[in-house]
Design a protein around this ligand. Sequence first.
Ligand code: C2E
Ligand code: CA
Ligand code: CA
Length: 643
Amino acid sequence: MGSDIAAYDYCAFILLVIIVVYYFRTSVHGTHRVRIMALIVLITLAASAFDATRVRFALIKEVSDVRFFAVNFVYLLLISSIPVLYLMYIVATTDTWHKLTRFKIEVVLCAIPMAVNIIVLVLNWYVPVAFEIGPERNLIRHWGYYLVFFVFMLYGVISQVFLKKNVYPVDRKRYYVLLVPLIIVMIGLILGSVSSGHHVVCFSVAICILMLVLINRRVEDSIDIVTGMHTYKVFAEDMYTNFKTGKQMELILINIINFKHALRMAGYDSMLAMMAPVSSEILRIMKKYHAQFMCYYNGDGKFAIELSKKNFTYAHEIAEEISNSIRQNIRMEISDFELDINTCLVRCPDDISDVNALFMLIADLDIAESDGKVVSASSITGTKEFTMKKEMSTIIDRALANHYFSVFYQPIYDTRTGKFSSAEALVRLRDPKYGYISPQLFIPLAEKSGAIHAIGSFVLEEVVKFIASDDFADLGVDYIEINLSVMQCLRSDLADEVIGLVTKYKVDPSKINLEITETASGYSQSKLSTNIEKLTNRGFTISLDDFGTGYSNLMRITQLPLNIVKLDRAFVIMEENGGHHIIIKNLIEMLKNMDLKVLVEGVETEEMVDSFVRMGVDEIQGFYYSRPLTKSAYIRFLKEKTA
Ligand code: C2E
Ligand code: CA
Ligand code: CA
């Protein structure tokens, strides 16, 4: 029977040994939190060993009374130190050490029960105030014994109050994770003190430790270190569940809209450092309103707050105050740089009814007009563009299934021969509900969803079929340019697909020029290089699209086997505005000296045609000559020009 009642202690012991071996080997060392947890584990280990020993000693007559007494004494001493350590663990986990230095009296008051406990236990060696050994080797408990348990519970209550004050308002999840162990141990204590036969105290502590190391570590991992707020991952998870369960929510979204710009100016470290005061400012205002909420930092200067129902009535006021105070109070150290922010109050499910739309709204808030006021969610979600974007994946699927995509051709003028010897193939989407949708709108979304591959393949086949047709042979067109998206370039089977198509339709590869962008040239070099090498070896030519818009890297131009560089319309605008003529002129000259053909895009006026012809560009593309045309219109256009 004796060894049976110590069974809980054995279990606790084994559990704790596993925790020691497993957890402490994989945990981040050196932090207060981990050190305190290590101490709690060791003390509980020792306590369970002493508890089991005292059960054994009670049965062995040979063990002296003094030794039996000492084992009981050490057990009670160890047990009584656990709740104090747990309180310290909570302080460490909530990062509130700094607060303790401000509350000296409270700290002293907190230490008193523990001190009384120790005094009672020490006194027990002389006067039996806590326990004594009975004639039957039984433990006779006195009020001091129960005091140990009472003090244990008292620290539990103090911990709970501390938690509620410091964690609850910011973070309900962490609050419950830290609160549950308190409840479990309380139950263990009550059981342990009412029935002397069940030694469950150490076991309940061990269970809690296991819970904490498994769950709390996950919670900790989900906290952004700089802002102290939940990470994007938690936000996504929470929002997903909230929408799924139809929870009524009010969200305040705060976007620092010049974040990326500031990042380029000030660097990553300074921007990261800026996020801490922004988060403190948000928390300060939330506290001022006694608001209960969940706070998230979604990266790139984007914050989100989920208000609890109690605060719905002040939601607008809170959003306004946060917006104003960040703008006024947070300054970058360098050059007094102001953070430009947009705030938006979203009521779910009234304004937004699904999680994808919410993410779209967060992205679109960056470009919303605000005049410093809180942006209304409906001003973003009410637009046709938003509805369309929301439905884009359906629209794209519908278009692929029903052949709503088509290819238009924009003629390209050769300045040397005076002929339209090439054209750019541009995809068009005509939706029965929304009409023509700009590729600028659907291409980025198709890249994200992966639909770009199907769209890209469609365009490739359409163009190859056109080149193979009899219509094409009479046109005197040298080649057609086809846009390749970044995602297509990163596919290892791109070259094979393109080569497969020209083989199937018996098309000469020199009739096709593939356009890649600088963004693409910045991605995984190996796949891109392999694709390009295979293609150029087969006789395809390559041009660099949108030159001058991205992070122009002249080195890349020398590394890629390029045929043509396409100057973006930005250069036309620059030339129209004047002032940079000499730069453009020299750039064109330099590219030509590198044996590259130079094409300028987006030319709309005769004046600009003349200007770029004088600067020596080889090809011109733009509305001045023609907009992108349907295949038949393009054929008509060429026939008229040659007639
Ligand atoms: P891009 O490759 O730079 O294509 C040129 C864009 O400039 C076309 O817009 C064309 O209509 C427009 N443009 C041509 N001349 C002028 C002009 O004189 N003035 C002005 N303001 N614009 C002019 P579009 O067709 O709307 O295409 C936009 C972008 O969508 C393209 O930019 C390209 O990045 C992408 N795109 C279009 N078709 C395809 C495609 O088949 N595949 C891929 N991956 N992307 C495509
Ligand atoms: Ca292009
Ligand atoms: Ca372009």
